[in-house]
Structure formats: C-alpha cells, structure tokens
Ligand binder design. Structure first.
Ligand SMILES: [Zn+2]
Ligand SMILES: [Zn+2]
Length: 261
C-alpha cells in the first residue's frame, strides 16, 4: 500500500500584478518546471470596495494583462506544464453583485474563495485579517478577537454560498499573527457549517503550505482537515507563493503530514 505522494500541482501562486508579490508570471512557470511540477495555477487577488492604505489586488486592467500574458505562456510552455489562470476572490458582503459580475465576465480555470478585508463598524479603513502589520493587530484587538473570528467564519460561509468558487483558501489563516489567539476546536461550531457549505458546492479545501512557515502544519489545522476528510471534501495543495522561489514550497512535507492525520 502506498501513502500520499508529493503533489505535482501548485494550486495557488501570485505575481507582481498584485503589488505585494514579486516576479513575472514567466519566472513562476520556470520555477514550477524546475521543481518538476505538472501544473501551476495562478490565483491572483480580486477585491471589491475595500478601503485600505495600499492596493494589494489587481484592477480589471491588470486582469486583462494577466490573461494576455497567461495565454502567451500557455502557448510557449504548453508541452511542458499545464498553466491554469485562476483568481483568489476576497469576499465583500457589500459588493457581492460587483464580484459576481466581474467573476462572470471571464473564463477562470479556478476560483479560490477567501475573506481578507473586514469592514469596521466605525466606517474607517477595512481590517486586513491576514496581515502582520501592527495597525491591523491593534484594531482587531480593540474589536475583540473572538468577535472578529465569529464575523470571519459567518462571512466566509456566506462567501462560499454566494460565489461560484471551486476551492476554499487558507480557511484558518485569519488572525494568524494575532498574539494570544488560536483557532481551535472551540470554533468548530462555526467551522462545521462552513465545511458543509463547501461540501454542498462541491468545492475543494486548500492545503495552504505557507502555514509550514509559521507553524508545523499547513492551513487549515489538522482537526479541520480531518473534519473535511470525513465529509469527503477533496484537498487541494497550494504554496501561496508571493515570489518565484516559493513555488511548490514545503510540498515534500505533505505526504508525511497527511499520513500522520
Ligand atoms: Zn497575497
Ligand atoms: Zn489569501
């Protein structure tokens, strides 16, 4: 009997188009080929209606260029590697119509669903829920971590129900830099309905290997992966690379990790 093997598809990479990653699309493709991957999925950031002090997503014009370059690379490297052009859409309850329209206007190979930016009750700048920046950490602390997490899971469940997603990204990466808070079994009451929504939509659950960088496991945590496996939800590995050298990162650790579950 053979156990899980090292994945040959990286389902989640970004490029310089999102303004917080580095590297051209072609550099990611070359890195994927060098790493022996058979598929590389670009999953570029789409957001709507976010008020923030910097732009960490693509404009529609950026997406035009992204598809143009992506098609060129598919032609050039098609015999060597499958290049998929997808999107990581950050949900916004107040801009769902806009997101649905923009998602519907293009042919995506994969639609990853995330929830990165939470509106604040005082109407000030959005909170970035996955950021390590002090300003976000403090503002989340002020609102109350458990309250923010509750909102996160509820809104993410709505996102899964509303958007035409194919994979749910980094489920428990929210508040990952927040001191003194961990997403654990006490949050199962919110996580189970989310996973059930994922199951109902026939979506996959991302095994986001960027988690290995700050803890010993990918996102989401083992107890969530086990719940997902019990529901028959497929696991989709991704590096969440924001620079070409991170393509396929930690994939060699996945077989042992999955065996240990
Ligand atoms: Zn990013
Ligand atoms: Zn993300």
């Amino acid at each position: 009997m053979t156990g899980p093997s090292v994945p040959v598809s990286d389902g989640h990479v970004h490029t310089r188009y999102c303004h917080h990653a580095t590297g051209e699309m072609e550099e990611y493709v070359r890195a994927a080929v060098a790493a022996g991957l058979q598929e590389l999925v670009f999953l570029e950031h789409m957001e709507a209606g976010v008020r923030y002090f910097e732009s960490t997503w693509l404009t529609e014009r950026d997406f035009d260029i992204y598809f143009e370059e992506g098609r060129r690379l598919q032609d050039k490297y098609g015999d060597t590697i499958t290049i998929s052009l997808g999107v990581e859409v950050g949900y916004s309850p107040t801009h769902r119509e806009e997101l649905l329209e923009r998602l519907g206007s293009r042919q995506w190979d994969r639609i990853g669903v995330s929830y990165h930016f939470m509106p604040r009750p005082d109407g000030d700048l959005h909170l970035n829920l996955v950021s390590s920046k002090e300003t976000n950490i403090h503002a989340i602390e002020k609102l109350g971590c458990e309250h923010v997490l509750e909102n996160y899971f509820t809104t993410l469940t709505e996102a899964v129900e509303v958007l035409p997603g194919t994979v749910l990204c980094h489920l428990d990466a929210a508040l990952r830099y927040q001191p003194g808070i961990t997403i654990n079994e006490t949050h199962l009451g919110k996580i189970r309905p989310l996973l059930q929504a994922v199951r109902k939509k026939n979506m996959g659950l991302e095994l986001n290997c960027s988690g290995f960088k700050i803890r010993s496991s990918p996102y989401p945590a083992p107890f969530i992966v086990k719940e997902a496996q019990a529901l028959g939800i497929p696991l989709v590995p991704g590096s969440d690379a924001h620079s070409p050298e991170h393509v396929g990162r930690y994939f060699d650790l996945l077989p042992d990790y999955l065996d240990s579950l």
